[in-house]
Ligand binder design. Structure first.
Ligand code: MG
Ligand code: ZN
Length: 224
């Protein structure tokens, strides 16, 4: 029985990878750079996206796909900050987005007028690590209200990500969180990681974040 379970899982993952490749080639054809935003629940993905859409959503032609287990609350929050369609996936109990959901969600988006696509994954540091969504890179949000050992507890996610955004830094004076120890733990898991520190609430670090996004969008334009 155990062997049968593994085979089924492998087949499902292989199918997902095929669909992710379809997502990727469709995005490439339109010169769209996609980021898969992952984190624990409550790390601030939606808040960071709200601020991002409000400030540079038009300039960088940002589109968003949200994944929620049971509501479309995040999509509704984000829709306030953009004229564009926010494509909401309700996973109906599943704890991650898969490539088929993203491929379907792309149909609602105007890819000809999109340069950056954010896929806000379900809040979960475990299985979203294993599901390729066709993104260029995964970005992990890591809030200062979590434990510094998160990267050691969830190494797969930090290994597969390229960037870490430390969030809620305005709370650092009030929590026993050593941000340097936390980042050192992440680097132990993946020496290639780059870091940004932000407080979306206080607008700290957002200029660097927007700079990173501009750079990402421009890089694609040059090569397209
Ligand atoms: Mg959210
Ligand atoms: Zn899952």
């Amino acid at each position: 029985m155990a062997i049968q379970t593994i085979e089924v899982r492998e087949r499902v993952m292989a199918r997902n990878d095929e669909l992710a490749a379809q997502v990727r080639s469709r995005l490439d054809a339109h010169g769209v750079v996609a980021f898969n935003l992952v984190s624990s629940p409550g790390a601030g993905k939606t808040t960071l996206l709200e601020r991002t859409l409000a400030a540079v959503g038009k300039e960088l032609e940002i589109a968003v796909i949200t994944g929620d287990v049971q509501t479309q609350n995040d999509a509704e929050r984000l829709a306030v900050h953009t004229d564009r369609i926010v494509s909401a996936v309700i996973t109906d109990g599943a704890c991650h987005l898969d490539a088929l959901q993203v491929l379907t969600a792309l149909d609602a988006l105007d890819l000809d007028h999109t340069r950056l696509l954010f896929i806000e994954n379900v809040g979960n540091l475990v299985c979203p690590a294993n599901w390729d969504l066709g993104e260029r890179e995964k970005i992990v949000l890591f809030s200062v209200t979590e434990g510094e050992d998160k990267p050691l507890k969830y190494p797969a996610m930090f290994k597969r990500a390229r960037h870490v955004v430390m969030t809620k830094t305005d709370l650092l004076p009030y929590v026993p969180f050593d941000i340097h120890a936390a980042m050192a733990n992440a680097v132990r898991v993946n020496p290639e990681l780059s870091f940004l520190e932000v407080s979306a609430l206080r607008s700290w670090g957002l200029r660097d974040w927007f700079g990173f996004l501009r750079y990402s969008a421009a890089g694609e334009q040059v090569s397209a």
